[in-house]
Design a protein around this ligand. Structure first.
Ligand SMILES: Cc1cc2nc3c(=O)[nH]c(=O)nc-3n(C[C@H](O)[C@H](O)[C@H](O)COP(=O)(O)OP(=O)(O)OC[C@H]3O[C@@H](n4cnc5c(N)ncnc54)[C@H](O)[C@@H]3O)c2cc1C
Length: 473
């Protein structure tokens, strides 16, 4: 492999645990394809975007410098370059550079009810447009057909922006949007998950046009990105046949229940009523199991989009999760964003937060992407396999045997979910998926959840079922 370019190793890496298309560290963002047409982005058989090389590459090292999984520049270095010279800036190993942290929501004009959590992403983007900080916003919106439910597009007005609210747990890529920016002068805001924001920051260092035009980045906290199998599986398990799925709203709010207890809304192609189903009733939506996860996400150590000017996530911490309307956790890194909040404070409810509270809101994600990543890197190192260079180093230090088993099982759960879904599609029966995954899931739960907790869960489930029976008598 010594003559192989780093980006070729990103594209196709020998992962012995992986299945078919899941052998790549590529997240399919498209930063390479923006620089060089020899790189082409397409959806794999696993419903994930990834890149292939077709033709003569102009400059391998330039392309490697803009790939979030090949670049030698890490999030700490980018963050330092971007934010460290501001007065009052702090640094934290989880949050990166930051000026302030909050928990809050938008109280004006339905932003919160339209949004996934507190509505602050769409609102902040709208205020940037209205205040003249930017002319347009690059973000994910409704796509043209069921095979492309969501794509990255450009909004020029607040009305256009509003139609793009809510989280898209769905594969997207940014080549078309970036080509648009290259061809159209203006000042742009980019909205994206951490690896996409990192890619944009790297591209800005390489490409003077993007450097000039992309003025700000909003980051979304990220657990991981999903293959399009996730949307299909959610819809199918909700009762909509595969050929009748038009679009899935991944974050349908259910009034009166905790913010974490949301539903999916599946729109149909046959004109039938949309189906709404609580995610708690679906087997595929437990994020801890990591079904249909991009392989690359297990090799990322940036949960909080450390290179974004401001990052927003879900404030699922005991103090706020009971508010079913939804609250954001907020990390501000750029003084311009603090100034914007100040100017429009009458439209917001913001509580001061701190690094510890922000960490706690994503504690599970951090364990998996820091300690879990050290474990995964160690496993690959032992096998003599290449992995992307991360801030986290390969190690088993401080990782109990039980945690090692849990991390190994998560890789299996991820890989098997793709196999199981393909089997279910071939059989035309979603139960095939459930049956395939059941033994893996059971084993995982036995390892990861203490005995007393499992018994308590079981009792709660039985009581709930009894109450349902009594109610329907
Ligand atoms: C793949 C993914 C994983 C996530 N994981 C977590 C997590 O583990 N923990 C957590 O706290 N939060 C996570 N989030 C963020 C969370 O789901 C909300 O997006 C966030 O709290 C903002 O809510 P809001 O109400 O302020 O945003 P809204 O007002 O609803 O606006 C959302 C904005 O983000 C844009 N957008 C949505 N999805 C994408 C996308 N895939 N690419 C580019 N732009 C997009 C929309 O176009 C819209 O402009 C994740 C988001 C995504 C997309």
């Amino acid at each position: 492999m010594s003559d192989t370019h780093v980006i070729e190793q990103v594209i196709a890496s020998p992962d012995q645990d992986a299945v078919d298309g899941q052998t790549t560290y590529c997240v399919g963002c498209g930063s390479c394809a923006y620089l060089d047409p020899a790189f082409r982005i397409a959806k794999s058989v696993d419903g994930c975007y990834s890149v292939s090389v077709n033709g003569q590459v102009r400059d391998w090292s330039a392309v490697e410098r803009v790939c979030p999984f090949a670049a030698s520049t890490n999030e700490d270095e980018l963050g330092k370059e971007l934010f460290s010279s501001q007065t009052g800036v702090q640094h934290n190993q989880y949050l990166g550079y930051f000026l302030n942290t909050y928990v809050g929501y938008v109280q004006a004009d339905g932003w919160r009810s339209r949004g996934s959590s507190g509505g602050l992403v769409s609102w902040t983007a709208a205020k940037m447009l209205e205040d003249g900080l930017v002319d347009a916003v690059i973000h994910a919106k409704d796509g043209p057909d069921p095979e492309h439910m969501y794509t990255i597009q450009i909004s020029h007005t607040v009305d256009e922006l509003q139609t793009g609210a809510k989280s898209k747990y769905y594969p997207v890529e940014m080549t078309e949007a970036l080509d648009y920016v290259r061809e159209h002068e203006g000042r742009y805001l980019f909205v994206g998950i951490p690896c996409f924001v990192k890619a944009v920051r790297l591209l800005r260092r390489e490409d003077p046009i993007l450097n000039e035009r992309i003025k700000y980045c909003i980051g979304l906290v990220c657990g991981h990105l999903k293959s399009d199998y996730f949307a299909k599986a959610e819809a199918w398990e909700s009762g909509v046949p595969l050929d009748k799925i038009a679009r899935v709203d991944f974050r349908h709010k259910t009034p009166g229940s905790p913010a974490s207890d949301y539903a999916v809304e599946v729109r149909r192609t046959d004109g039938g009523q949309p189906v709404i189903k609580r995610t708690a009733e679906l087997s595929v939506t437990n994020w801890g199991l990591g079904y249909f996860k991009y392989n690359a996400c297990d090799y990322c150590d940036d949960v909080l989009a450390e290179t974004a000017d401001v990052t927003f996530g879900d404030a699922w911490i005991p103090k706020y999760v009971s508010d079913g309307e939804g609250c954001n956790v907020i990390i501000v890194r750029n003084q311009d964003v603090l100034n914007l909040f100040e100017r429009h404070m009458d439209e917001l409810v913001l509580h001061d937060s701190n690094a510890d509270e922000v960490y706690q809101s994503q504690a599970g994600g951090f364990r998996h992407r820091r300690q879990g990543l050290a474990y995964r890197l160690h496993v690959h190192e032992k096998r003599g396999e290449w992995t992307p260079t991360k801030r986290v180093k390969p190690s088993l230090e401080g990782i109990s045997e039980q945690r090692q088993i849990i991390y190994a099982m998560r890789t299996t759960l991820k890989n098997e979910s793709f196999v199981a879904f393909r089997e279910a599609v071939d059989a035309g029966n979603f139960d095939v998926f459930i049956k395939h995954m059941r033994p893996y899931e059971r084993e995982y739960r036995h390892t990861s959840i203490p005995f007393q907790k499992r018994v308590l869960h079981k009792c709660k489930k039985i009581i709930k079922q009894c109450l349902q029976i009594i109610k329907h008598r």
